[in-house]
Design a protein around this ligand. Sequence first.
Ligand SMILES: [Zn+2]
Length: 214
Amino acid sequence: MREELDGLFKSNGAFPDIEMPSGFEKKRPRGDQDGIKRNLTAIVPHSYGEHGGCDQKWCRAGDANYRHSSLPCGKNLTDQAVREDIEKVIDPYTSAKMTEKLATLSTTNPNENINMMISRKAPKGSHYTESESFDIRVSAAVAQENEGHAYILKVNDAHSLSPGHITTKRCHELDKKRQFNATQHSTVKQKRRRIELKSRAQPAVFEAQHLPSI
Ligand SMILES: [Zn+2]
């Protein structure tokens, strides 16, 4: 059901772009609240083979060979008790308050990026949380996210240490590489390449997510 959810949020423009408004003004709803509510309400019937309320942008039930990609054996659900339970889970998300929140959702990539940085500096396989080591490691990850790798040079300066030539050179090289990667990854060519690679790895999921538009 996850891919259906992803598909319907995209089809309603909940994740339309990565451009954020300047400043810190209140987020404006960017998606279609009514569409989100309509499609959320259609998810459970969709899983039970009732496609009257489905949006053609994400529901492929009209295809002769359609099978659910994430339900057992690709078949419709049938148990009515399970249906009631699922509806209880979905219902709270269809309120006006929740659909407004869902309509303002944006990409979580920046969060994933900082999570990855923290996990590199404080791997969960090592026990750091009982000492200040953990705080320092998390702070280092935040500094790296905000300042780039050159944060190490600033830390050295703040403690009256002289960063060595090799350290300085390495920091600038890493920042240059980071900038290059950020620019490259945001190009249309790279985005198309990522979608292509994803489609090869997970053909069924890819179809559910990307058939509306690329
Ligand atoms: Zn459907």
